[in-house]
Design a protein around this ligand. Structure first.
Ligand SMILES: C=C(O[C@@H]1C=C(C(=O)O)C=C[C@H]1O)C(=O)O
Length: 384
């Protein structure tokens, strides 16, 4: 097989396609041979297996929502494409490629207003204590409106240039909108019997000043609050994967992970499957929603999210990825992303709240997380 040129794959991406770039490979698919949409993720996974068995192009790509049981029922949505092409990773090949220019928005509206988010965090802290939760993840949105059409293509292009690591994606949604983003976080990958998850929790912003930047990384490594937030997550991932695995390893101390905009605590969990019939999609559905984007215990946290956030998350804080006929695949947590409509965009950013969380620091953390998308759009970070 002639290796595909990754730059061409990126240039070929157009609204409606699927694109996922990682440090190891790039995937671009186009066309729709079959589309499967279901609010039952385990059922969806079985339907995808059946469809893949007879498919000409034996891969399925798509998205899982944050909460398929939410009012309005956002379904999981997978497509068996007409064409699928893999290439090597975009970096370093794309280094030096020119950035694309985007129109400036005519309006930027935080949802809710920053003061309301501060209030929601304070209420979340109180609810954790009153209801006995260990953690909840609260998000906010930022709406950008434009005079003319804004396509996902230039945003994806700039995100790929900006993010040498992680999972940079564009996925078509059932609404015809596009989810575009650059997530640092691997929910699950499966290669043969080998599974990997790289959950993230605990955050500090990067800084342009090298001294402050190094201090922020160090502060995160020694923050008790962030280690608690992280331990809740790792425990849940290990517990969920354990029944599927005959061997499972998770280091007891997390790593310091960096993206161009954030520092995080991350733990690489690896395992060997008992049963190779369990696909990457099935495992992703079992793990999702992790405490990285929901909380612990899951159901109470999901309820608190619905009470305190004034919007539906849709496909933000869900999962994006692919699975093939062998059951291999990779699924990233769909964060650091935006939903792109014709003339508007909704960005999302959230953070884990534990009993020691400070509202102001949590608001600032979400502002820092918006920067992944804002930078790709040629905009400065928002404050507040
Ligand atoms: C929820 C988000 O990020 C998640 C929350 C984190 C945290 O609370 O420290 C860290 C990484 C992500 O798992 C987001 O970016 O929107």
């Amino acid at each position: 097989m002639v290796p595909m040129d990754v730059v061409r794959l990126l240039d070929d991406y157009a609204r409606g396609d699927f694109f996922l770039a990682t440090a190891e490979r790039t995937l671009h698919t186009s066309g729709v041979a079959a589309a499967l949409t279901d609010t039952d993720e385990v059922g969806l996974s079985a339907r995808v297996d059946a469809a893949l068995a007879g498919a000409d192009v034996p891969i399925a790509v798509g998205v899982l929502p944050f909460d398929s049981e939410a009012a309005g029922g956002t379904p999981g949505h997978l497509v068996l494409p007409e064409r699928a092409r893999f290439a090597g990773p975009p970096h370093p090949a794309v280094a030096g490629a020119p950035r694309r220019n985007l129109a400036q928005p005519v309006r930027m509206t935080p949802v809710p207003a920053p003061e309301r988010h501060l209030d929601a965090v304070a209420r979340a802290v109180a609810a954790l204590r009153d209801r006995g939760l260990r953690k909840v993840v609260l998000a906010r949105a930022l709406d950008l409106e434009f005079d003319g059409e804004v396509g996902p293509e230039p945003i994806l292009h700039n995100l790929v240039l900006d993010n040498p690591r992680g999972y940079t994606f564009a996925a078509d949604l059932p609404s015809g909108r596009t989810l575009v983003g650059a997530s640092p976080e691997l929910l699950l990958s499966r290669t043969g019997g080998h599974v990997v998850s790289h959950p993230h929790a605990g955050s500090m912003p990067r800084s342009a000043d090298p001294v402050t930047d190094a201090e922020n990384g160090k502060a995160l490594l020694s923050s008790r609050k962030d280690h608690i937030e992280h331990a809740v997550l790792t425990e849940a991932v290990v517990e969920t994967l354990r029944p599927f695995c005959r061997k499972l390893d998770a280091p007891t101390v997390p790593d310091l992970v960096s993206t161009p905009t954030m520092w995080h605590l991350g733990t690489t969990v690896t395992g060997e499957l008992v049963d190779r019939d369990v696909t990457a999609l099935r495992l992703a559905a079992a793990l999702h929603p992790t405490p990285a984007i929901c909380g612990t215990p899951t159901e109470s946290a999901r309820g608190l999210v619905a009470e305190l956030e004034p919007f539906e998350r849709g496909y933000y804080a869900g999962a994006v990825g692919w699975v093939n006929a062998e059951g291999d695949g990779e699924w990233a947590v769909s964060i650091r992303c935006a939903e792109v409509a014709e003339r508007s965009l909704r960005l999302y950013a959230g953070g884990g709240i534990v009993p020691d969380s400070e509202p102001r620091a949590e608001l600032d953390e979400t502002s820092a997380k918006f920067a992944t998308l804002l930078r790709a759009m040629g905009l400065d970070s928002v404050s507040g």
